[in-house]
Design a protein. Structure first.
Length: 261
């Protein structure tokens, strides 16, 4: 019987670099609570949010970006397709990101630490922008002429009265964390794996982009803003880890596990 070959190095988790599970659960839960509370704190800037929305809409037209209605019109050809898009928007965002972090924790601990840090920086920066620049999504903007597919076709995660929604701040369109998190999931999986098919993970943010635009929850510029923030988060985390590694080297210490590859 032919002996099985040893697994590749990338398939053997570095157990020494895996952080304590309880600590990580508390950190991720804390990040989620900050995300939810931060969005709620940003509520109440209705007039300013619509003013910013007008500016974003006209800026997109000036830049020659396609009308968000072009994507939505494709969805509206089928009630089933619209409901699938709404369901994707409502149910994939958090579970996909959670599964991404769980898999990295068990299979790629060093990549997990890097990805968790990047997601934390991205989310924190996004929440600051949500607080400073409230923005009504295109589904609320009369000039856009778009359908609120969640309210009309269902399912939806938002209340019918945005100003009184107790569960979510509906005036936090820019940047789109739906797209930003999806893009980071793809980047993280591409970095952590070696399959020739790994770039297919980019289908996740691509589909997310079509969904958030087609359901009129986000503008194109929301996704561009998220991309810029993610690039800044990736660069910032890398610089911080490089500085930390150099500091340990100068002090004659062994660098702590979890730095970027």
């Amino acid at each position: 019987m032919k002996a099985r070959s040893a697994p590749a190095a990338e398939d053997r988790p570095d157990l020494a670099s895996r952080p304590p599970l309880v600590r990580e659960l508390l950190l991720v839960a804390g990040l989620f609570l900050v995300y939810k509370c931060g969005r709620l704190l940003a509520a109440g800037e209705t007039t300013t949010a619509f003013h910013h929305a007008d500016g974003v809409w006209h800026a997109e037209r000036a830049l020659g970006l396609p009308d968000e209605g072009t994507v939505q019109s494709l969805l509206l050809h089928s009630d089933t397709l619209v409901r699938i898009a709404n369901t994707y928007y409502a149910t994939v965002h958090f579970p996909a990101t959670a599964l991404f972090l769980i898999w990295l924790y068990w299979r790629r601990p060093r990549h997990y630490l890097w990805s968790r840090r990047v997601l934390a920086v991205l989310t924190g920066a996004a929440l600051v922008l949500h607080l400073l620049v409230p923005l009504a999504p295109p589904r609320m903007l009369e000039a856009a002429g778009l359908v609120d597919t969640g309210q009309v076709y269902g399912p939806t995660v938002y209340g019918a009265t945005p100003e009184a929604d107790p569960l979510a701040n509906q005036f936090a369109a820019m940047p789109s964390l739906h797209f930003g998190w999806a893009l980071m999931v793809a980047v993280g999986l591409i970095a952590a794996t070696r399959s020739r098919w790994r770039y297919l993970w980019l289908l996740h943010p691509a589909l997310t982009l079509l969904v958030v635009v087609g359901t009129a929850n986000h503008y194109w510029l929301d996704a561009l803003a998220a991309t810029g923030l993610l690039a800044a988060a990736l660069a910032g985390v890398r610089l911080a880890e490089t500085a930390t590694s150099r500091g340990h080297h100068l002090l004659g210490h062994t660098p702590l596990p979890g730095g970027q590859r």
